[in-house]
Design a protein. Structure first.
Length: 164
């Protein structure tokens, strides 16, 4: 009996290319160029497609948890410590205290994410720079004159030094 597969757009594209390979309307080199992969990866995909069909092109990681996910116990321990002792700290300082005082190895960004999810800390948006008021264009060329405020020998020794 046919089973229902959930495929991403990339996997659907790969399936179409593999079907064209099967019908010999495409070479492996052309398939590699179309999909932006190496011929070695095309051979790997082709082998999986021949053995398992469309199911071989679906990612094996789908539905599984990340390998980099934090352990729930560490997250709970960090959350308890932050709630109990460092509630008024920002994520960076809380991370430093968790590392120095409690020897809890957790990244600063993870502490930030934990604090946001628990509602302990709210991220502040960056301030929008204030708009400068545009000045009106001058009616005549050279109307806006810049003045030099330093003393200079304008009269070449025939008179005192002056400011323009």
């Amino acid at each position: 009996m046919d089973e229902l597969l959930t495929m991403s757009k990339r996997e659907i594209t790969r399936l179409e290319v593999m079907q064209r390979l099967k019908e010999k309307r495409l070479t492996q080199k052309e398939a590699a160029r179309l999909l932006g992969l190496s011929t070695r990866q095309i051979k790997r995909l082709w082998r999986a497609y021949r053995q398992q069909g469309a199911k071989g092109l679906v990612s094996g990681r789908r539905g599984k948890v990340s390998n980099n996910r934090l352990d729930a116990g560490i997250v709970q321990q960090a959350l308890d410590l932050i709630d109990e002792k460092y509630r008024d700290f920002g994520p960076t300082l809380a991370h430093e205290k968790l590392t120095e005082v409690h020897q809890l190895s957790i990244s600063r960004e993870s502490v930030r994410r934990i604090m946001i999810e628990a509602g302990i800390w709210k991220p502040k948006r960056a301030k929008q720079p204030g708009a400068h008021q545009m000045r009106e264009r001058r009616a005549c060329f050279g109307e806006l004159v810049q003045i030099d405020g330093s003393d200079h020998a304008w009269f070449e020794g025939r008179g005192p030094k002056c400011t323009l």
